[in-house]
Design a protein around this ligand. Structure first.
Ligand SMILES: [Zn+2]
Length: 292
């Protein structure tokens, strides 16, 4: 159980364990920078035996006074992802974990997707009689216009890549066809306490979700960073960033804000305790795991 002021925050896990080899995700990962951090990295955030990053794939759920909001929807089950063995035809107990958290699919008022990558939109839909249908029947699904345009095979360059088109077609298009989408262009507020702002770089329309309640601020940072080492090496963009240079700027700006404001940071892929704060010492940032 996590919380932000009066807002309850739940974490719904799809998977947690060894994921990519470091250089596959973070091409700039190198022994010299990593070595001094090894005492805290292994085994929680890095598995030296397998040379793999430990990665979580999870959703966050916010329960405000008015709404129940799901942030990012992982990879999903039964989705064909050829060439991506970590994501192909999964059968994980995500919906069981969702139910264990005391939630029903009808409870979700909004689904917020920080961006339209394979591991962030999967449970937008589920398979029913051979068709992909919205998993959350009462939800408005909030997408940024920039990502919708980029990843739509009929509109943008991202959608021309077969793997992205596949994700769009089975996890976004059924939402558009059901008219459950809410497409936002630029900054947007959701109720009194939640704001959605552009944070491009990892994808053209990646957004940052900021939650404020009773003097506490939390940043739901999507994939602005994937691994705690990026707090120390802010220049390390992932291999999957559409614009690595822009991603660097976005990450730096978010970290400066988080350190200055003392914000809680809730990324989508950090291993336990999954949440952190950011310290700053002489222009360099430090990773403060947990809520302290
Ligand atoms: Zn991701």
């Amino acid at each position: 159980m996590f919380n932000v002021g009066e807002i309850e925050v739940l974490r719904i896990e799809e998977s947690l364990g060894p994921g990519f080899q470091p250089n596959v995700l973070l091409p700039d990962w190198n022994a010299k920078d990593v070595e001094p951090h090894m005492p805290w990295l292994a085994p929680t955030y890095y598995d030296p035996a397998q040379d793999k990053l430990i990665s979580s794939i999870h959703s966050w759920v916010l329960r405000t006074r008015h709404h129940t909001i799901l942030i990012d929807t992982c990879v999903g089950n039964h989705k064909e992802r050829p060439g991506q063995p970590r994501f192909h035809m999964l059968n994980r107990p995500y919906m069981e974990n969702f139910a264990k958290a005391g939630l029903k699919v009808e409870d979700i008022d909004y689904v917020l997707c920080t961006h339209m990558h394979v591991d962030h939109v999967g449970w937008n839909t589920r398979l029913e009689n051979g068709r992909w249908v919205p998993t959350f029947p009462n939800a408005k699904y909030v997408f940024s216009k920039a990502d919708r345009d980029y990843f739509d095979p009929a509109r943008g360059a991202g959608g021309k890549v077969e793997a992205h088109a596949r994700v769009f077609n089975d996890s976004v298009l059924p939402i558009l066809e059901a008219k459950q989408e809410m497409v936002v262009d630029g900054a947007h507020r959701l109720g009194d306490d939640i704001s959605i702002t552009p944070a491009p770089g990892h994808s053209p329309g990646h957004v940052l979700i900021t939650v404020q309640s009773k003097g506490t601020e939390a940043l739901f940072t999507g994939d602005i960073m994937h691994h705690p080492m990026q707090i120390y090496c802010t220049q390390w963009s992932s291999a999957f960033c559409s614009d690595p240079e822009q991603a660097r700027g976005t990450r730096r700006k978010m970290l400066e804000h988080a350190a200055g404001a003392g914000s809680l940071v809730y990324p989508q892929h950090f291993a336990g305790p999954h949440v952190c704060r950011v310290g700053e010492r002489g222009g360099a940032f430090t990773f403060l795991a947990g809520r302290r």
